[in-house]
Design a protein around this ligand. Structure first.
Ligand SMILES: [Zn+2]
Length: 110
């Protein structure tokens, strides 16, 4: 049973990779949004983490960020990355120090 679950997750991961590849090549924003939504749904349904991909799109409206629809700023004082979605105005931050630490932790666990 356990093996099946692992396989299931592998497939889910692969699908998510494919979806994000499609999103990257997609010039239609609306279509790209649908791909992102789908990828997120797969990740939730299959319990697969999106990890660093989370920073690639807007959590609120699912817009895949590019130079036109987002503003990315590094805030060295607070050691965080600030991303502003120009589509819905949602602002998100994530600390890059924390991110690095988490990655290290995950590696150790493996
Ligand atoms: Zn947004």
């Amino acid at each position: 049973m356990y093996r099946d679950e692992e396989k299931f997750k592998e497939i889910a991961k692969e699908r998510i990779e494919i979806l994000f590849e499609l999103v990257r090549r997609c010039s239609d924003e609306e279509l790209a949004r649908n791909y992102v939504k789908l990828a997120k749904r797969i990740s939730e349904f299959c319990n697969v983490r999106l990890k660093d991909k989370k920073a690639l799109f807007c959590k609120k409206c699912f817009t895949f960020f590019n130079s036109k629809n987002s503003k990315v700023r590094l805030n060295p004082k607070k050691k965080r990355v600030e991303i502003l979605c120009l589509n819905c105005g949602y602002k998100r931050f994530y600390g890059y120090v924390k991110e690095v630490k988490l990655k290290r932790k995950n590696k150790n666990n493996c």
